[in-house]
Design a protein around this ligand. Structure first.
Ligand SMILES: [Zn+2]
Ligand SMILES: [Zn+2]
Length: 488
């Protein structure tokens, strides 16, 4: 059979199938998108594994971004690349006119999490990167959903624009902040977002705002035994600051977080008074006002430490600081409806055996593994997966209504950013979660394209939550820190 003939049969089949569904009372022909995804497991299994196999850190995701761009270009999307000052960022567009629906795609990996796809800990490359947050799946499902929606637009001739935002460096670089800063969400009506997890759920919840600051202390070098009176230790400055902040943390609101690492300890020899030392801080809080209040106190601790140790301190607030997520209940309920329609993930025997083996490493019961088959009840108004975390989806959500879900791509009981997640995410278990997310994206977007009036309550809730006169400005304006993952 020639390829052309085979294609003709498939297209006819799709049209007939869509026609049959229409008779069943589904005039929006959403079956076109669902059938495409049902028939494309192999394509997306390959694409996610390709990204999984070349795990790249934030702003360095050259291959991962290119793989997604190629798949979208091959499927008729036009691509604008290197946007918002980030070489690996892109916007893929299909269709025209309104409404404009966006989909977020992430693809960066984590350092030090290299792991094979086996159900026990096995490093592939010592010190190498790994997809411990499942962003290989995240970008893939977003592309899969987008192509499915595009097939539907193509066949139905529906009006509207679909945009995939290829957003780099979610892990610490805040790629989406620069899209927001450059106005990429201005003309977008709604944005769909998802994250890999170990359950299928819609949680309309917020997250923590986050800022990253580098404190550099400058002292005077001297022989530590012969001329100690001439030296001023920059490391003393860092230690005094850290001590004060550790006392301060008892007297801040309980859902805020402060953490630090000493990135420059001041030298290699105890007999030289360190002239330079550096400490890198994260401050997190549930809103931007509290974030700045705590930040001002941490800054004072730095100033006090410098004063007391006879050193000086410079402070650098890194661009890419992020807002807390602004939840949207109306959007969440719409997504939940479609997630329930799609249902959970069905593992075959081999996948279940693999998951059972991984579950042993976290003392998770076989009963807990059953969770992946089901859809969790709709949740709102409480801290959930992002309880003590932050995401650059936050900045998007203050510019345009964002609706999010999670699907079961990992083995229940596995911690976030773990070898267990790298392993499972690189297998067909991960791909099954991808297909669920892509189907929910497709059904949600198709409903919004078919019935744009549904965007009105979503927008109203968004406007009310932002408050009158709200004007978005990034917490720290500036350019993306493109080299933040490079060894300096
Ligand atoms: Zn992560
Ligand atoms: Zn993540």
């Amino acid at each position: 059979m020639t390829k052309k003939y085979l294609l003709l049969i498939i297209v006819c089949g799709l049209i007939l199938n869509a026609g049959a569904r229409e008779k069943e009372g589904k005039p929006n022909k959403e079956g076109i998108a669902i059938d495409y995804l049902n028939n494309s497991f192999g394509i997306y299994n390959k694409l996610q594994k390709q990204i999984w196999s070349t795990p790249e850190l934030g702003f360095l995701e050259v291959n991962s971004s290119a793989a997604l761009q190629k798949h979208l270009t091959d499927n008729g999307f036009s691509i604008e690349k290197g946007v918002a000052g980030m070489p690996t960022a892109f916007v893929a567009t299909y269709g025209s006119g309104s409404p404009v629906i966006g989909i977020l795609a992430e693809f960066d990996a984590l350092g030090g999490l290299s792991q094979d796809t086996v159900p026990y800990e096995k490093v592939l490359i010592a010190g190498g990167n790994g997809h411990g947050c499942g962003h290989n799946l995240l970008g893939t499902a977003s592309a899969a959903g987008a192509v499915a929606i595009k097939k539907w637009i193509e066949i139905t001739g529906a009006k509207g624009t679909l945009k995939v935002f290829g957003t780099p460096a979610e892990e610490g670089g805040g790629g989406k902040v620069f899209f927001a800063q450059d106005g990429f969400f201005k003309d977008v009506d709604a944005v769909l977002d998802w994250h890999p997890a170990s359950e299928n759920a819609v949680s309309v919840e917020t997250s923590l705002a986050r800022i990253s600051i580098i404190y550099s202390f400058h002292g005077k070098a001297a022989h530590a035994a012969a001329n100690p009176e001439k030296g001023r230790s920059a490391l003393d400055g860092v230690e005094a600051m850290d001590n004060m902040v550790n006392m301060l943390r008892e007297h801040i609101v309980s859902d805020a977080r402060i953490h630090y690492v000493i990135t420059d300890g001041g030298g290699l020899s105890p007999n030289v008074v360190p002239a330079h030392a550096e400490v890198s801080y994260y401050v997190r809080a549930k809103n931007v006002t509290e974030l700045f209040e705590i930040l001002a106190r941490v800054d004072k601790a730095a100033d006090g430490a410098a004063l007391g140790t006879g050193t000086t301190v410079t402070k650098k607030r890194l661009a890419g600081a992020i807002y807390p997520v602004l939840p949207n209940k109306a959007f969440g309920k719409l997504i939940q409806k479609h997630l329930e329609k799609v249902g959970g993930v069905q593992w075959d025997e081999k996948e279940l055996a693999y998951a059972t083996e991984i579950a042993k490493s976290t003392n998770t019961s076989s009963k807990d593994l059953e969770k992946v088959k089901t859809v969790s009840p709709y949740r709102e108004n409480k801290f959930g997966m992002l309880k003590s975390g932050s995401s650059d989806v936050g900045d998007v959500s203050w510019n345009v209504p964002v609706g999010s879900l999670v699907t079961a791509t990992f083995v229940p009981g596995s911690p976030g950013h773990s070898w267990q997640n790298v392993a499972a995410g690189g297998t067909s278990i991960g791909t099954k979660g991808v297909i669920v997310a892509a189907k929910v994206f497709a059904l949600s977007a198709i409903e919004l394209f078919t019935n744009p009036a549904l965007l009105i309550p979503i927008r109203q809730e968004f406007d009310a939550a932002r408050g009158e006169g709200f004007k978005y400005a990034p917490i720290v304006p500036g350019k993306a820190e493109l080299d933040y993952r490079l060894e300096k």
